[in-house]
Design a binder for this molecule. Structure first.
Ligand code: NAD
Length: 295
C-alpha cells in the first residue's frame, strides 16, 4: 500500500484515482473543480481542499491535467510541498519540452520522476486497461510499475525524460493519418459503388490492414463496436486528436523532422473542429472527407 496524491480528477484522472483505491492504495485527490472532487470522494478517494493537504504524507504524486502549462505550474507548487524522494508521475498528454522541464523541477527537488502518458481513453481508465508509455530513469520506472499496474494493463519504458510523451505523439500521429487514409478509401469506394463490407473484407486481410480499419472502422457495419455504429459518440474526441496532432507538429518544428502527412492531418482535424465537430469521435471525419452528398 502506497500513500498517493492524485491531482486532476477529470474524465481520466477520476477513474484512474478510483482504481488506485480499488488496488488498496491510500489516495488523496485534489482538483480545482468541486464537482470532480465530490465525484472522486464517492469512489473512496479522500478529497483534499488544497494541493498541500493532498500531498501530506504522500510517497507518490500522480498528475492528470489538460496541458503542459497546467502541469508545470502544479509541479512547481508540488516541489515546494512534497517530502524528499517523493515519486512524481505525470500522465497528462503534453508537449515534450514541458515534460522535460517538469523532470528538471523534480530533479532539482531530489525527487524521481516519470512522464507517463496513456493510451486507452476513458474506457481504459475506467477498466484499468490503460497502456502507459514512460520516460525517465530506469529506477523511477521500476518504482512506478506497481502503481501504474493498478491503473493499466501495460507499461512500456520508452527512454529518458520526455520519451513517454514522444512515443505518445508519434503513435497518435500514425493514428490520425491512418484514420484519414481509411476514411478516404471508404469515401472513394462509395463513389465506385463498393459496399462497406466488401472493402472491409478485402482491406482487413490485405496490405491496407490497420487499427483504424479493423478495430475502429469509421463507417457503420463491419466493426459493430466502433463509434460509427453509435452516432460517432466518443470514443476519442476529434478535439483531443487535434490536440495530439498539434503537439506532434510542435515537436516536428522544434526538431526539424519532416512530417508532411502529420501536418495535413492536423489541418484536416482543425477544419473539422472549426465546423463544430470537436466533441464527436475522431472517426466522424469520414463525413467531412466524403464532401457534400449528391441528391
Ligand atoms: P479533463 O478536462 O476531464 O480533466 C482535467 C482536470 O484537471 C479537470 O477536472 C480540471 O479541473 C483539473 N485541473 C486543471 N487545472 C488544475 C490545477 N491547477 N489543479 C488541479 N486540478 C486542475 O481532461 P481528461 O480527459 O481527464 O484529460 C486529462 C489528460 O489526459 C489530458 O492531457 C488529455 O489529453 C489526456 N488524455 C485524455 C484522454 C481521453 O480520452 N479523455 C485519453 C488519453 C489522454
Amino acid at each position: 500500500m502506497t500513500t498517493i496524491a492524485f491531482v486532476g480528477l477529470g474524465n481520466m484522472g477520476g477513474p484512474m484515482a478510483a482504481n488506485l483505491v480499488k488496488a488498496g492504495h491510500a489516495v488523496a485527490g485534489f482538483d480545482l473543480s468541486e464537482a470532480s472532487r465530490a465525484a472522486a470522494a464517492a469512489t473512496g478517494v479522500v478529497a483534499a481542499a488544497t494541493l498541500a493537504e493532498a500531498v501530506e504524507g504522500a510517497a507518490c504524486v500522480v498528475t492528470m491535467l489538460p496541458k503542459g502549462a497546467h502541469v508545470l505550474s502544479v509541479w512547481q507548487e508540488l516541489c515546494g510541498l512534497v517530502a524528499d524522494g517523493t515519486l512524481m508521475i505525470d500522465s497528462s498528454t503534453i508537449d515534450v519540452e514541458s515534460a522535460r522541464k517538469a523532470h528538471a523541477l523534480a530533479a532539482a527537488r531530489g525527487c524521481p520522476s516519470l512522464d507517463a502518458p496513456v493510451s486507452g481513453g476513458t474506457g481504459g481508465a475506467a477498466a484499468a486497461t490503460l497502456t502507459f508509455m514512460a520516460g525517465g530513469s530506469q529506477a523511477a520506472f521500476r518504482q512506478a510499475e506497481p502503481i501504474l499496474a493498478a491503473m493499466g494493463r501495460k507499461s512500456v519504458h520508452c527512454g529518458g525524460p520526455g520519451a513517454g510523451q514522444a512515443a505518445k505523439i508519434c503513435n497518435n500521429m500514425i493514428l490520425g493519418i491512418s484514420m484519414i487514409g481509411v476514411c478516404e478509401a471508404f469515401a472513394l469506394g462509395e463513389k465506385l459503388g463498393l459496399s462497406h463490407q466488401a472493402l472491409f473484407d478485402v482491406a482487413s486481410t490485405s496490405s491496407g490492414q490497420c487499427w483504424s480499419l479493423t478495430s475502429y472502422c469509421p463507417v457503420p457495419g463491419p466493426v459493430p463496436a466502433s463509434p460509427a455504429n453509435n452516432g460517432y459518440r466518443p470514443g476519442f474526441a476529434a478535439a483531443l486528436m487535434l490536440k495530439d496532432l498539434l503537439l506532434a507538429q510542435e515537436a516536428a518544428l522544434a526538431t526539424g523532422a519532416a512530417t508532411p502527412l502529420g501536418a495535413e492531418a492536423a489541418q484536416l482535424y482543425g477544419l473539422f473542429e472549426k465546423q463544430g465537430h470537436g466533441a464527436r469521435d475522431f472517426s466522424a471525419i469520414v463525413e467531412m472527407l466524403r464532401g457534400p452528398q449528391a441528391g
